[in-house]
Design a protein around this ligand. Sequence first.
Ligand SMILES: NC(=O)c1ccc[n+]([C@@H]2O[C@H](COP(=O)([O-])OP(=O)(O)OC[C@H]3O[C@@H](n4cnc5c(N)ncnc54)[C@H](OP(=O)(O)O)[C@@H]3O)[C@@H](O)[C@H]2O)c1
Length: 267
Amino acid sequence: MKISIIGCGNMGLTYARSFTQYHKSNKNDLILVAKNEEHAKKLAELNIGAVTIGIDEKSLHCDVLILAIKPQDLNTITPILNGKIKHDALVISILAGIKIERLKNSLQHEYIVRAMPNMPAQYGMGITVYTASDKVNIHHISTVENLLSTTGRTFMIEDENLMDGVTAVSGSGPAYFYYFVQAMIETAKNMGFEESLAELLVLQTMHGSYHVINNSDLDLGMLIKKVASKGGTTEAALEVLKKNNFADIFSSAILRAEARSKELSGN
Ligand SMILES: NC(=O)c1ccc[n+]([C@@H]2O[C@H](COP(=O)([O-])OP(=O)(O)OC[C@H]3O[C@@H](n4cnc5c(N)ncnc54)[C@H](OP(=O)(O)O)[C@@H]3O)[C@@H](O)[C@H]2O)c1
């Protein structure tokens, strides 16, 4: 399968590496489209695929075209791609906030998948939610699953409007988690722990707790009760969180991300 990637930064290169690692494409059939000569030199040194400077005939002659540039750069490539993509090729766009309708119109192409990965995809542990244009068929979907699952889990949704929620929950989610972990580590350091021990305490607690969520039959409310015995330390901490409306604050932060995603995509 011939795959071209336009936008070989963090995510574009994640796909390039994952596709080669899982034998979805060989080096000759994977085209990395560089922005300029300097970028091309760097990409060539990585030795993961053939490199072209700019979008040319070779990069357009692909079965799958991945768009992984920043959303604000889209207008610089659409005039070059408009009407030039191979008729039955599949376009997979991971551009945050760019709707299928806009891609269909600006590319003059029918087979579009809009996907939202998240940062752990760079380590094979991502979750990518995607949605597809009307004409996308089962053969295309199988290609999407085959390719995107090299970076973690995948899930298809019918309703494109939910992509703003996906962006707010799983797209931005890693940052919420890092923020939370950072606050716990800082608190442990302030208690007098060495940084390395503070990190170990927090990270292993997160790792272990995640494992429990995944393996226990108990729901989250029951798991909380299991740790928080009456009149104990955990209950005292949870009371502070409740008194300060932590759940509401957190919820409004995620809803704000969803609203921002709508603003950015012109909803
Ligand atoms: N990073 C994430 O965790 C994440 C998660 C979900 C979705 N996304 C989406 O993924 C996309 C890429 O994000 P990223 O973090 O990978 O960004 P990035 O690291 O900045 O990568 C974008 C790359 O595209 C290159 N580029 C720009 N214009 C180009 C052109 N005309 N031809 C060829 N290459 C061009 C950029 O080069 P220059 O730097 O030289 O301009 C850069 O190397 C974004 O649309 C974002 O919304 C990212």
